[in-house]
Design a protein around this ligand. Structure first.
Ligand code: SAH
Length: 403
């Protein structure tokens, strides 16, 4: 059974009407048909804290928690090995722990955080979306994708999202709560185990993690960064995924990008730009009210300079809204000015959300857009649209499963 997605109607932004727009009138009409204005929410409601878990704790706190559970400190490392290396929280397999009280001990330190509600596959079994229920009933989704040369997990960082982007199903649903560090890490642990055990066909190794599921990761900064450190720490203290294979995708929270720049990580940064001009971006990515295109790209440049890594620019191509040839030219020149060669554009054909009248651009329009961006000296590729049949494609992860 496929999850249904939220529909939405009403004006895009109540304050947006009177500002003589440069883009086509048609785009304006479209906007007003499809979306409602939502407030930006930066601070998640403090509710439903998950039980503390080994993956929420630093090394000393882990030992303290083990001692508090009545075991010697060295058992913390044994548990970590089971969790991060064997990808397991199954007490029956932990024969190096004393049998008496083992199940209770494991439950105390590695409580079950996510229970599978269901998984559905498509793309000939290469894409698999899983709906998880957290301890408080919160529903989140993650998507596992096999490519010829890698296996990628798209993880959620929040239940819902407070950034209110009008074309995104999750954004239209609002923010429910932040996920804990362990809830984020556990999505990766479970996906790595699923890939190993053949959930995508032949057994494989989870190699990449992208923070492109539900939520704005940089609005849940501390927990997301702690999760990144555990995802990338070598076994047995983490999941051992290369930091270069982890992508942090953001709407462009400038102070958080600057903070991430100081963390000294090799993680890839992806910025959801979606248009090079402030006028339209104010409506497509409402947080643009706070941090304008120039500021976001300056912060991205700071990150690129500090890491030496090219920044990805995400651009959901929307028919008659942001797909005009002049916008492709402006995108290329703006990116060249700010980032030189340290940039790459990732075009995402829009996945229309039900109830929205926005659509992906026709193929010739998309091709011309790509051609112009490249002609402007900026690398540009089109993202394949995985998971469309099962509402697992970009922006489709909405917790509309509440039944
Ligand atoms: N909050 C983060 C992660 C969001 S999901 C961010 O905004 O970057 C990852 C990407 O999918 C973002 O670029 C987002 O804008 C894009 N996206 C959301 N809904 C989409 C849709 N319906 N079609 C295509 N891309 C979409």
């Amino acid at each position: 059974m496929h999850p249904t997605l939220r529909t939405f109607t009403g004006p895009l932004r109540q304050d947006g009407g009177g500002r003589g727009r440069r883009e086509s009138v048609r785009a304006g009409e479209n906007e007003s048909l499809m979306t409602k204005s939502l407030p930006l929410i930066f601070t998640a409601p403090r509710r439903g804290r998950p039980p503390p878990h080994l993956a929420d704790l630093g090394p000393q706190a882990r030992r303290d928690a083990v001692i508090a559970a009545g075991a010697p400190a060295f058992r913390a490392d044994q548990l970590a090995r089971h969790y991060f290396t064997n990808l397991s929280r199954d007490a029956a397999q932990m024969t190096d722990l004393p049998a008496a009280g083992r199940a209770e001990f494991v439950d105390a330190l590695l409580p079950e955080l996510l229970t599978e509600v269901r998984s559905i596959s498509c793309d000939d079994g290469d894409t698999r979306k899983t709906l998880w229920r957290a301890h408080d009933g919160t529903l989140i989704e993650s998507v596992l994708m096999r490519y010829p040369e890698r296996i990628t997990l798209c993880v959620s960082s929040q239940a819902g999202c407070g950034m209110a982007c009008p074309f995104c199903a999750t954004g239209q649903g609002g923010l429910e709560r932040n996920l804990s560090t362990a809830e984020i890490v556990d999505q990766v642990r479970l996906a790595a185990a699923a890939a190993r055990d053949g959930a995508l066909g032949a057994p494989g190794r989870l190699s990449n993690v992208v923070f492109m599921g539900m939520g704005e990761p940089l609005a849940n900064y501390n927990r997301v960064l702690a999760a990144v450190r555990l995802i990338t720490a070598p076994a047995p203290h983490g999941l051992g995924i290369s930091a270069r294979s982890v992508t942090m995708s953001t709407v462009g929270l400038v102070p958080a990008i600057e903070r991430m720049t100081r963390e000294n990580l090799q993680v890839r940064l992806a910025v959801s730009l979606h248009t090079p001009d402030d006028e339209l971006r104010d409506t497509l990515v409402p947080v643009n009210d706070r941090w304008k295109v120039d500021e976001v790209l300056a912060a991205a440049r700071g990150y690129a300079d500090a890491t030496g890594r090219r920044v990805s620019i995400e651009y959901a191509l929307i028919r008659d809204v942001n797909d005009q040839p002049w916008r492709a030219d402006l995108l290329a020149s703006t990116l060249r000015r700010h980032l030189g060669q340290l940039v790459h554009v990732n075009l995402i054909p829009l996945n229309p959300t039900p109830g929205s009248q926005w659509d992906a651009s026709p193929r010739p329009v998309q091709d011309e857009f790509v051609r112009r961006v490249r002609a402007g000296g900026v690398a540009c590729t089109v993202r394949d649209t995985r998971g469309q049949e099962i509402a697992a494609a970009c922006g489709q992860l909405a917790a509309a499963n509440k039944v």
